[in-house]
Design a protein around this ligand. Structure first.
Ligand SMILES: [Zn+2]
Length: 200
């Protein structure tokens, strides 16, 4: 009896492990619901301490070439449907991308923020979303999508953070982006000035 119970318990534990790796997520840590930022979002279901592996970004592993093609396709589709603002291609390594646009990838619902509470950790071919600080129950989980600067016009940011730069781009590109915004603003002011001068 005991050994039976024991093996049943072990079996159950093995099943649990399989369950976690299959779902690639610690399901009790988060819930998916409507987000103020965009569409759906993922929210902390309990207090989460800094450095917790919360959820894995999963999907179809594809070549870089295929990833680039699909990213372009997803950007085009988003232009037709403004409610659907996301690109789900994630860089895995030098040779592979992951297309996370699949039903079983809960992490695809996590929104971008310019002041995120999570960050990405890629180890051994797995993309994990990890808390970069302590997170309170009910907070929306976010990370910086880290898009390239030259794509910035495709991805307006509405994260609402105090330091929001207005576009979804990698933090390394923020100085470049701020410079560009200032230049555009100056050009706009000069144009307005010219129009005013013509009027007079
Ligand atoms: Zn923002």
């Amino acid at each position: 009896m005991h050994s039976h119970e024991q093996s049943k318990k072990e079996h159950k534990e093995a099943q649990n492990e399989e369950h976690i790796s299959q779902n690639n997520a610690q399901r009790d840590l988060f819930v998916v619901k409507e987000s103020e930022i965009h569409n759906k979002g993922v929210f902390a279901a309990c207090d989460i301490s800094k450095g917790t592996k919360i959820i894995e970004y999963v999907g179809e592993i594809i070549s870089k070439k295929e990833g680039d093609d699909r990213a372009d396709e997803q950007v085009e589709q988003n232009k037709q449907n403004p409610d659907n603002g996301a690109v789900y291609i994630f860089e895995l390594d030098d040779e592979h991308d992951i297309d996370g646009n699949v039903e079983y990838n809960t992490a695809k619902w996590i929104n971008h923020s310019c002041d995120p509470n999570c960050e990405i950790d890629i180890t051994n071919g797995h993309i994990w979303i990890i808390s970069k600080r302590d997170i309170k129950r009910g907070e929306e989980l976010t990370y910086n999508y880290g898009y390239d600067f030259d794509e910035e016009e495709n991805h307006v940011c509405k994260c609402g953070a105090a330091n929001c730069v207005g576009f979804i781009v990698h933090e390394d590109s923020w100085p470049k982006l701020i410079e560009l915004k200032e230049r555009l603003e100056r050009e706009k002011l000069e144009k307005e000035k010219n129009i005013d001068e013509k009027k007079e």
